[in-house]
Design a protein around this ligand. Structure first.
Ligand SMILES: CC(C)(COP(=O)(O)OP(=O)(O)OC[C@H]1O[C@@H](n2cnc3c(N)ncnc32)[C@H](O)[C@@H]1OP(=O)(O)O)[C@@H](O)C(=O)NCCC(=O)NCCS
Length: 285
């Protein structure tokens, strides 16, 4: 396999194969995830191709800060597993990322493999859920929280809130994910302060990913989630990643969990306020 294997940068025509491979793994990775991460780092998607130029594996990376890189979408075509393609992609990724601190969301089966490669610090874990949205009861929550759609004038307040949760700036990443077609972000306020936010994007008319839900408490989380769900037609396929230890919301209680992911760092990262993260935004840091 080795002699015929070539590692190159991503080309637009690779998208179809990439989405097929990630979908086969049961991942919620979408075209939006791919396009926005390329916006953050246009060179950040490496492709293993066979002798015909056909993509047979991928690994994605993008800079979170000048010395921290996020790595994911590490995948090889199923029928070619165990032939050393993954190792070649991994080595190519290491050449690009050099001495940077690396971060990834690793599936449980691979955790030991990553630990051996220096990913010794686990910040948190989270489970992926998939299902069909079918909750029909009408629910009205009465509380003091005001939910508004994200707009330019509240971006700085949202970013300031995000900094209470993550000890590094995520502005360029959040802007890439939240701005654009087929996305909706709801922001929760108490008086003039942001106390939570949540985001969703659509893969198609009746298929969407809830990408993030961060909130100061359970009531805010519930209020934000209900607001998001008003934008999702009944019968839609929905995916989300629920932080370990958080209960599955009653509106989505028919959903089934698949893989567990572990947020692993190569250097200790203190200060992530995991208690405020309800739905984890995998595919980004
Ligand atoms: C993980 C993956 C990309 C590795 O690619 P590959 O071409 O099959 O891997 P290689 O033949 O180069 O072997 C790389 C190593 O991965 C290990 N590995 C592969 N799949 C594994 C699994 N499910 N559990 C544990 N280790 C695994 C191999 O044992 C090998 O270990 P070694 O370096 O100690 O010899 C590929 O197996 C895959 O696509 N898996 C499904 C998607 C996935 O889980 N990706 C990781 C998400 S965090």
């Amino acid at each position: 396999m080795d002699s015929k294997l070539n590692i190159r940068s991503y080309r637009n025509e690779d998208m179809k194969v990439l989405l097929e491979m990630t979908s086969e793994e049961g991942w919620s990775f979408s075209e939006i995830d791919c396009r926005v991460s390329l916006k953050v780092d246009p060179e950040g998607l490496l492709v293993a191709e066979d002798e015909t130029g056909m993509p047979i594996g991928f690994i994605r990376l993008f800079s979170m800060t000048s010395n921290m890189t996020y790595v994911n979408v590490f995948v090889v075509r199923k029928d070619l597993h165990g032939n050393g393609i993954g190792k070649k992609l991994w080595e190519a990724m290491l050449k690009v990322t050099k001495d940077n601190t690396l971060v990834l969301d690793g599936v449980s089966q691979m955790k030991g493999w990553y630990e051996k490669r220096g990913f010794s610090f686990e910040a948190h874990s989270a489970r992926s859920f998939h299902g069909t949205f079918s909750f029909q009861e009408s629910v009205t929550l009465r509380n003091s929280y005001n939910i508004v759609p994200l707009s330019d004038d509240i971006w700085s307040a949202l970013i300031a809130y995000d900094k209470q949760i993550y000890p590094y700036s995520r502005e360029h990443v959040l802007r890439a994910w939240f701005c654009g077609a087929d996305r909706y972000t709801a922001v929760a306020f108490l008086d003039k302060s942001v106390v939570g936010y949540a985001n969703i994007h659509w893969k198609s008319k009746k298929e969407c990913n809830i990408r993030v839900l961060n909130a100061d408490n359970d009531v805010i989380a519930d209020t934000l989630l209900l607001n998001l769900l008003q934008h999702i037609p009944l019968g839609s396929k929905v995916s989300f990643i629920l932080m370990e230890g958080k209960p599955i919301p009653k509106y989505l209680s028919n959903f089934k969990s698949s893989v567990t992911g572990h947020k692993l760092f190569t250097k200790e990262m203190t200060g992530i306020q995991t208690d405020k993260i309800i739905f984890h935004m995998c595919h980004t840091i």
